[in-house]
Design a protein around this ligand. Sequence first.
Ligand code: ADP
Length: 204
Amino acid sequence: MRLIFLGPPGAGKGTQAKRLTDKYSIPQLSTGDMLRAAVSDGSEIGKRAKEVMDAGGLVSDDIVNQIVSERIEQPDCAKGFILDGYPRTVPQAKALADNMRQKNLVLDAVIELRVDEEALVRRIESRVAETVAAGGTVRSDDNPESFRKRLSEYREKTAPLSQYYEQQGELVLLDGMADVDAVTAAIEAVLEKDGDTGASAARI
Ligand code: ADP
């Protein structure tokens, strides 16, 4: 199963992707996590990405396309994968399509979680508070200024992907404001092509 999750920062992509990972035994590929790992390793890519990430901007398409292309060749992706945070621009989506075609891989679904922006700000604030309470390290881009920038980057560069995938007939829109379990049930209903059941309450 090969899936893409679309949605603004804080929409719940990571939470839902983790649940699907357990259920379908396929990895969650978060480009944000991969880039943060590159930053903490001090690799060349990490050095180039850090400043842009901290400011809430987008890392160059070439870098992320390369990272994902290499990652999906790993043995743990043989049965599929969930892309979380990639593609984030139309050129990235086109690069991914070319890449998958070359590798003879087919996309099963693109799932977009729609949420309102007020809720996003609150979710990010509570993510920060929970991390602090658990004694963890807050992400260097989880501050109000970078978050606003991440949202505006989303609106400008990532939101157009909805239309792109809609035109390809691949987009499924779900209500990311529904509670976490309802969203999971709706996603599973979509994946099991069982969209007419009550489990699809979160479907828009
Ligand atoms: P969130 O969705 O919560 O903003 P992520 O963990 O997905 O956070 O991404 C964090 C940062 O990593 C982004 O703000 C951006 O700088 C960089 N990044 C992640 N994925 C991509 C991508 N596909 N293209 C460009 N930059 C990316």
